[in-house]
Design a protein around this ligand. Structure first.
Ligand SMILES: [Fe+2]
Length: 448
């Protein structure tokens, strides 16, 4: 039997947990990089073959930097009931603690949380040991998205829970200390898959794409592309009464996994961007995710950055593909979440024919310039996390942190790029190859 693509090559799981100290550094680590880079990945236990890439148990890799030194690397499985085989569906309904907790890891209110969209967050210690499920003191009544948005002005955490069954969509806001201050069911939502969303200064933006609940899909993730599912964008005002005022705008069929950013432009229109696949791109990607024939060579195929401009007054949406490079994992200087960003970062993948390489991409949205740091042969960089430089004044004054999986060396390095020019500044050699994963965060010591 052909091995599953998500268990081979860059995605080969690691078999154990290790801790290594005093890592070798090439170049000079900026001293303000004092904190932890934490990354999540799908990493089933040895001998386990999940039926879907996303069903692999979560493993968090952490790299501790402090004042110019790389103090440690460690990796730990997130110890959820699912790691020991507990089923998600029980006779009492879904067990929201039976989670891979393998999609993202963030900090909010001084808590480190491993996230997966079908489940409750799992709290971790600063050393990546599992504390347990976290339900915001009983106020989180649903699963929680793996892509909450931290408002850079208020410090609030905006997020949602979605489900293939009613209520399909619940919107939450937690204050900067991690207390949920309000939640509301969003009327009119459907079972369309909602992996990510956006906030602007005054609005919340949901995207319902053409991929929706399909009980006949047996990979363990019951969704498929269905032409009968209308694609649309929902916009609601922020605030406790906002959900009832949601307006839905039809868009072209497609599936957007990740939001790059959204903001209100000078005319008050809402601009939303994110890499999006069409029907063919979705099928090639999905077949990779489940290890089926007819898959693309990469987990993200034909994933092109798309821009929607929503005129709330005229109730019109302008929609266009803004680049022809296959990308995923968009990131930005998070001080610009919800406001107009000039710079956008992403990871580029070979095209649907396997041509082209992996790289870290930077878009200048003002000039239209695209710059790429090519990762090199058989080297796959992870989502590039932006960290502002101390005393920086420009939006791109800072660093991009990416963990490169290097198949030829069977090793990984933490690569630190200057975010302005994409030039390498420092490399931290890690004691093992880190499984190519999904999302991660930089957690400065000032917040944890
Ligand atoms: Fe994601």
């Amino acid at each position: 039997m052909t091995p599953k693509p998500y268990l081979t090559g860059h995605y080969t799981p690691v078999a154990d947990e290790i801790t290594a100290t005093e890592l070798t550094v090439e170049g000079v680590l900026p001293p303000e990089l004092t904190g932890r880079l934490v990354r999540n990945s799908h990493n089933p236990k040895p001998g386990v073959t999940p039926t879907h890439w996303f069903k692999g148990s979560g493993m968090v890799h952490g790299i501790r930097l402090r004042e110019g030194r790389a103090e440690w690397y460690r990796n730990r499985w997130v110890r959820t009931p699912a790691l020991d085989g507990a089923p998600y569906l029980t006779e009492h309904g879904p067990d929201l603690t039976a989670s891979t907790a393998g999609t993202h890891v963030i900090e909010h209110g001084g808590r480190l949380l491993a996230l997966c969209e079908a489940n409750l967050p799992f709290e971790l210690t600063r050393d990546l040991d599992t504390v347990g499920p976290f339900d915001f003191d009983g106020k989180l009544h649903s699963a929680m998205t793996a892509h909450p948005k931290s408002d850079p002005v208020t410090g609030e955490l905006h997020f949602f829970g979605s489900s293939p069954f009613p209520p399909y969509l619940t919107y939450y806001v937690a204050d900067r200390d991690g207390h949920i201050t309000h939640s509301a069911e969003v009327p009119g939502a459907t079972a369309s898959l909602k992996h990510d969303f956006a906030i602007t200064r005054h609005h919340v933006v949901f995207v319902e794409g053409t991929v929706t609940f399909d009980p006949t899909e047996h990979s363990g993730i019951p969704y498929s592309w269905q032409d009968t599912q209308p694609a649309r964008i929902g916009v609601l005002p922020r605030g406790p009464q906002g959900a009832a005022a949601i307006r839905w705008f039809p868009i072209e069929p497609g599936s957007m996994l990740h939001v790059a950013n959204a903001y209100e432009d000078a005319q008050g229109r809402i601009v939303l961007e994110g890499p999006t696949v069409d029907r063919k791109g979705f099928q090639l990607s999905w077949n990779w995710w489940v290890g089926a024939p007819g898959r693309g060579t990469e987990p993200n195929t034909r994933s092109f950055n798309r821009r929607w401009t929503i005129d709330l007054v005229g109730a019109r949406v302008d929609e266009r593909v803004v680049d022809d490079l296959a990308i995923e994992f968009p990131t930005l200087n998070e001080d610009f979440v919800g406001v107009e960003n000039r710079y956008q970062y992403a990871i580029s993948f070979p095209d649907q024919h396997g041509l082209g390489g992996y790289g870290v991409v930077k878009y200048d949205r003002t000039t239209g310039e695209r710059r790429t740091h090519q990762a090199g042969d058989a080297r796959l960089p992870s989502e590039a996390v932006f960290v502002p430089a101390a005393g920086g004044t420009r939006e791109d004054d800072g660093y991009l942190l990416t963990v490169v999986s290097d198949l030829k060396q069977d090793a990984s390095q933490l690569l630190i790029l200057d975010a302005a020019a994409l030039d390498p500044i420092a490399t931290v050699h890690l004691p093992r190859r880190v499984t190519a994963g999904i999302h991660g965060s930089w957690i400065p010591d000032t917040t944890l």
